[in-house]
Design a protein around this ligand. Structure first.
Ligand code: NAI
Length: 776
């Protein structure tokens, strides 16, 4: 071929990376792997094959863990944890050593990852491995700074971590680095398709001076995952499918195990008519053909503005035809192999079963054999179509058009997921106007699939909860020191049915800013400690909860008010409560027999605390080593259902209501069951303090009956419970339906005198990380 011809075709030949060193490492390790437990590899047990999806060749045999193996790993982790948690600097040194060793072995990791997973070597080499290294460096720093920067917090303990097959090493890094930095020890299970880089990592741990038992790797399938979930661990961190995430939520309900779930997505990729279309096309290559579309936050749903749609689709198809699909070890390949024949079948079936719209397959040369799928674009789908709603997890892009920015937002949010979104526009006003309206944990402006150890990553809605990366992600591996006293149950008082006061003292519910009769028409008596009847309160039911949720929907504007405005209203609440302090103190005394004055005083202080926080609990701008900046913003979690503690009838209510209000949430509180009258008196304070109707709703009635209704409600974003232990399990189990956020006490006591601050504010907020172009 002449130089002229080369320039005309721009064709280039293969540039294969050698697999020799990676294969030699496998041979050195004996080609058969046991687990890595207590600092050493165990003998292989019953094994399964690790295959190269590009060729079908067997790479090694990996052991399917037994219950005994998992128990041994957890035991080793438990034993190692206290010593590991002691010295932040010692941990920093080890994390730094891991980072350095990963760097020194970076090509080995990249090649092994590409062989095992099928991803292009270019991606493994330039993205997965460098990001994993960056994660360990960055977290060495957290280990160093933790004691001074986060006093009062301690490690969770032993963490069970389950990772998927799409970014085997990177997801391991996202899990292990923060866990170790915070002083936890881990038992990690890689996905059954891709165990090899985790085992190579174990080998690195031996060299990095990781103390025995701090990192344990067990291999196997979902059954092993279940064993880890059910083991004596303190926290579970999971990345994978929403279906399995739900099961884990149910399995851990009521156990007190901390949980973070990073699940699926169907992330919108929005192209406005003023976007730089060529950049946006190039961005799509990184959005949906990066890792063959097997990316939880893949920009898999293209929304393009009508005026430019035709031109954009033409450009896109031309670009698709230029993608090179083939041998992942070829450095000039864009799209590698699909991880496993099972996944290939799923993708093929989903696309074949679709009967709507038009399907365009890139005109590319496909490898004769191996697990490959061509880059595909499906246009003309309706919003309800399965391909529009469900994760395909392959190189398949679906596309729709929109006319106006508000239609784009509506379409973007027409999904049960909320992981990520990309916005393309040359008009920064437009992009930054749309960014807060899109329900997604990560928003990229004129970019896509950017990640960094400093920038929190994670989902909203059914994409899961918890963040990975940054101080925010580290928080999931920490807990307040000194937790653990059991809650003493407050038994309902009883008495004689003789009214102390002949006047009718039947309170109502408080919904939508108005006092409302209960739907069911039943009331419950409230007794004082000496058996005196103090009054009656309504027995709220399912319909009342639904009405309260409707009222919260009507008050959506609260989330958009300024922190300054919310602060003013909280101060006003404090002022009005202060004006009637004597009356409230007497009411608390009448119900509980003591402490009314102090409780009212602390409630007023608490209102001041959250008035103070309302305009100060700000996000952070993260310096990321890319051209841009990641803004970790705090958004209100949304609509909260909260079961107030039985003890501290006024202070408990205020302690939950005020942080929620301060952060822009709407909240429906179920008052203390045995002592609800301070809550029903509180309506008057709310009414006189300019709280917009629907922002705070108060119900009375049986916690046991109302908690499941709230936990089941698909239109509630979070349920908090500081009520009895039994409810915690029920709430967490039922919350799996829409994966709403839960915050429950698991029967542990809360010191309401002191219970305020960051933990409450964090529960009321969700992090949205917005990546914006910035600087050179
Ligand atoms: P998966 O969710 O079944 O697997 C992820 C991990 O969970 C693996 O390590 C697996 O062994 C483990 N696991 C499976 N069942 C478990 C259980 N009951 N308890 C504990 N751990 C369990 O994902 P799978 O089946 O490999 O892929 C199916 C679909 O899931 C994909 O097509 C994709 O849509 C989605 N997915 C999403 C990922 C993400 O990053 N969000 C990653 C992987 C898959």
């Amino acid at each position: 071929m002449t130089v002229k011809e080369i320039f005309e075709t721009m064709d280039y030949g293969p540039a294969p990376e050698s697999a020799a060193e990676a294969l030699a490492w496998l041979v050195d390790m004996g080609d058969r792997f046991g687990h890595f437990i207590d600092g050493a590899f165990t003998d292989p047990g019953e094994t399964f094959e690790a295959k190269n999806p590009a060729t079908g060749n067997v790479l090694a045999s990996v052991t399917q863990a037994t219950q005994k193996d998992v128990d041994a790993a957890v035991k080793a982790a438990r034993k190692a944890q206290p010593a590991w948690a002691k010295d932040g600097h010692a941990r920093a040194r080890v994390l730094y050593a891991i980072a350095r060793l990963l760097q020194k072995n970076s090509r080995l990791f990249a090649v092994l990852e590409s062989l095992d997973n099928g991803k292009p070597i270019r991606e493994a080499r330039d993205i997965d491995v460098p990001l994993a290294i960056r994660h360990f460096y960055h977290h060495a720093g957290y280990a160093q700074l933790l004691d001074s920067e986060r006093p009062g917090l301690v490690a969770q303990g032993v963490c069970g971590q389950i990772v998927p097959w799409n970014f085997p090493l990177l997801m391991l890094a996202w899990k292990i680095a923060p866990a170790l930095a915070a002083g936890n020890t881990v038992v990690l299970k890689p996905a059954e398709y891709t165990s090899l880089t985790a085992l190579l990592f174990a080998d690195i741990c031996r060299q990095a001076g990781v103390p025995k038992g701090v990192v344990n790797i067990v291999t196997g399938d979902g059954a092993v995952g279940e064993m880890i979930v059910n083991a004596e661990v303190d926290k579970i961190a999971f990345t994978g499918s929403t279906a399995v995430g739900r099961r884990i939520r149910e399995a851990t309900a009521g156990t007190g195990k901390a949980l973070t779930l990073e699940l699926g997505g169907k992330s919108p990729y929005i192209v406005f008519d003023d976007a730089d279309l060529d950049s946006a096309v190039e961005g799509l290559v990184d959005a949906i053909w990066f890792n063959g579309g097997q990316v939880c936050c893949a920009g898999s749903r293209l929304l393009v503005q009508e005026g430019v749609a035709e031109r954009f689709h033409e450009k896109l198809k031309a670009r698709m035809d230029k993608l090179r699909v083939g041998d992942p070890l070829d450095k000039s390949i864009d799209v590698g192999a699909i991880v496993d024949p099972v996944q290939l079948q799923t993708i093929t079936r989903m696309v074949e079963e679709n009967t709507e719209g038009e399907t365009y397959r890139a005109e590319v040369t496909m490898p004769a054999e191996g697990c490959f799928y061509p880059p595909t674009l499906v246009t003309g789908l309706s919003t309800a179509s399965k391909l529009m709603q469900e994760e395909i997890f392959g190189p398949v892009l679906v596309s729709m058009t929109f006319r106006t920015p508000s239609e784009a937002v509506a379409l973007a949010n027409d999904t049960r997921y909320g992981l990520a979104a990309s916005l393309w526009s040359e008009n920064l006003n437009l992009a930054l106007d749309v960014a807060p309206k899109v329900q997604a944990g990560v928003v990229w402006v004129n970019g896509t699939n950017m990640f960094d150890a400093a920038a929190p990553f994670g989902g909203m809605r059914e994409s899961g909860f918890g963040r990975e990366g940054g101080w925010e992600g580290l928080g999931a591996y920490l807990k307040p020191a000194g937790q653990g006293k059991r809650l003493k149950r407050v038994e309902p008082q009883t008495g004689e049915a003789v009214a102390a006061d002949p006047l009718d003292r039947t309170a109502k519910l408080y919904i939508g800013g108005k006092q409302a009769r209960p739907d069911g028409g039943y009331s419950m008596p409230v007794w004082g400690p000496k058996g005196t009847l103090l009054g009656q309160v309504p027995k709220g039911n399912r319909k009342d909860v639904r009405n309260a949720v409707e009222a919260m929907n009507g008050a959506a504007g609260w989330g958009r008010t300024s922190g300054h405005q919310r602060a003013q209203i909280l101060y006003y609440l404090a002022e009005n409560l202060s004006a009637r302090a004597g009356e409230f103190a007497a009411r608390v005394d009448a119900m509980t027999g003591k402490g009314g004055k102090a409780e009212v005083e602390t409630s007023i202080r608490r209102l001041f605390t959250y008035a103070a926080w309302a305009d100060k609990f700000d996000g952070e701008a993260k310096g990321v080593p890319l051209r841009g900046m990641a803004l970790a913003l705090k958004e209100p979690v949304g609509k909260i259902g909260a079961l107030c503690p039985d003890e501290s009838p006024l202070l408990g209510l205020v302690s939950l209501m005020a942080p929620a209000m301060a952060m822009g949430c709407r909240i429906t509180l179920v008052a203390s069951e045995p002592a609800p009258l301070a809550a029903t008196d509180f309506y008057q304070i709310l009414e006189t303090s300019d709280v917009p109707g629907g922002v705070v709703n108060i119900l009375t009635g049986s916690h046991e009956e109302l908690a499941p209704v709230m936990a089941d409600h698909l239109d509630l974003d979070a349920v908090w419970s500081f009520s009895g232990a039994e409810l915690s399990k029920e709430i967490e189990r039922r919350s799996a339906g829409n994966l709403k956020r839960t915050w429950v006490n698991n029967g542990l006591a809360t010191d309401w005198e002191r219970a305020e601050g960051r933990a409450f504010l964090e529960a009321a907020t969700e992090i949205k990380t917005v990546w914006v172009p910035y600087g050179e």
